[in-house]
Design a binder for this molecule. Structure first.
Ligand code: IDP
Ligand code: MG
Length: 165
């Protein structure tokens, strides 16, 4: 069986994508899911939660020295809206997930990207995506409780979506 964090570099590569509280509050959950579904990626994990302060701090640990860290953690955890956490699987999903999200600062994000189409501020950029295989492994393990929360399944579309010949 596939490890919960997937197998980077194969069709079983997995990444952690989240709709942040502003994206949920603005009713953009379906829009963001739809873009990954239509691209041909496969949803293998999905949950709605208000993350604990500990979870948010661990998720953003590499930013802990930044001046915006405190407000970032508050924004993610204040409970005014939940976060939708997802695991998506498919070829190059880590890199392509980031491409689909667009630049961190929506003002620099290209049209056609989620951020470039749907938001305006770096502090309200509606979504998250793992930035590397190491981050994906860390984040999937952090946000999901293990095998019971991730589903291995075969999409009947797969032969129509994936062919490297
Ligand atoms: P990413 O979400 O595109 O990976 P990171 O640099 O990892 O970007 O930053 C994580 C999150 O922290 C961003 O998505 C954004 O919500 C927030 N952030 C990053 N830089 C700033 C800033 O300069 N001001 C306010 N918030 C920021
Ligand atoms: Mg990041």
């Amino acid at each position: 069986t596939t490890p919960i964090y997937g197998v980077p570099g194969t069709a079983k590569e997995r990444t952690f994508i989240a709709v942040k509280p502003d994206g949920v509050q603005r009713g953009l959950v379906a829009e963001i899911i739809a873009r990954f579904e239509r691209r041909g990626y496969k949803l293998v994990g999905l949950k709605l939660l208000v993350p604990s302060v500990g979870l948010a701090k661990e998720h953003y640990a590499d930013l802990s020295s930044k001046p915006f860290f405190k407000s970032l953690v508050e924004y993610m955890t204040n409970g005014k809206a939940p976060v939708v956490g997802m695991v998506w699987e498919g070829p190059s999903v880590i890199k392509q997930g980031r491409v689909m999200l667009g630049a961190t600062d929506p003002k620099a994000a290209g049209p056609g990207t989620i951020r470039g189409d749907l938001c305006l501020s770096i502090g309200r950029n509606i979504c998250h995506g793992s930035d590397s295989a190491e981050s994906a492994m860390k984040e999937i393990s952090l946000w999901f409780g293990g095998r019971g929360e991730i589903v291995d399944w075969t999409s009947n579309n797969e032969e129509w979506v994936v062919s490297d010949n």
